[in-house]
Ligand binder design. Structure first.
Ligand SMILES: [Zn+2]
Length: 218
């Protein structure tokens, strides 16, 4: 899943208004921010396979440290703990942030074929395979994303013009990238997948930028 993860971040702003949208992006996509680096370090493996699923040509051979339930549970705890220490936030705020980190696992289980590990080293893999259908994927992710953006737009308001422009430009950009990925050519190799995946960090920065120019309505 791609834009569906951002839906969770946008929606979470309504419940934890004090947390920056950039931090929420970092949380919802922590798994996919770690993943390309773990692949580049040789700790996780991805291969290009044109027939993997209708939506993605990627065969996620191994990614227990970024995508298993156990690993993401640990990352969620670390993320929440660090936020709690650095921002002296309420425990409930940190707990919701941890939940946003963990939500990545649940959404990926819905979309991936059964390749998502449960434990770090065990053989169990889960995946409901939504990615076998392009229309279903677009419908589910599209509705989720639209709901998240609406909740966010209603929970916050722009302090200035940048607050509006930066938000709607990001929404448009994510939609364009989403369809670009769906319709784009087959990547020649895994390196052509993981290097561009690092651009996700720019989306996190974009989230911080938006947040500085918007404020909670309440
Ligand atoms: Zn993922």
């Amino acid at each position: 899943m791609f834009i569906g993860h951002f839906a969770i971040a946008f929606g979470a702003k309504r419940w934890i208004a004090s947390v920056s949208l950039g931090t929420l992006f970092l949380a919802c996509q922590l798994a996919d921010l770690l993943w390309p680096n773990l692949v580049l370090m040789g700790l996780e493996v991805v291969e290009v396979d044109a027939g993997a699923t209708a939506v993605t040509p990627l065969d996620f051979v191994s990614y227990p440290y970024s995508h298993s339930l156990v690993a993401l549970g640990l990352w969620a705890a670390v993320f929440a703990g660090v936020y709690l220490l650095l921002r002296q936030s309420a425990l409930s705020t940190a707990a919701v942030l941890g939940g946003v980190v963990l939500s990545h696992w649940l959404l990926d289980v819905v979309s991936h074929r059964p390749d998502i590990p449960v434990t770090l080293f065990g053989p169990m893999r889960l995946g409901l395979g939504m990615w076998h259908s392009v229309p279903l994927t677009i419908a589910v992710e599209g509705v989720l994303f639209a709901l998240g953006v609406v909740v966010y737009a209603r929970a916050t308001r722009a302090r200035n013009r940048i607050g509006s422009i930066a938000l709607w430009a990001l929404v448009g950009f994510l939609v364009v990238v989403y369809f670009g990925n769906l319709l784009g050519p087959l990547p020649p190799n895994s390196a052509a997948v993981v290097w561009p995946a690092q651009a996700m960090w720019l989306l996190v920065a974009w989230g911080y930028w938006i947040d500085r120019h918007r404020k909670p309505r309440r």
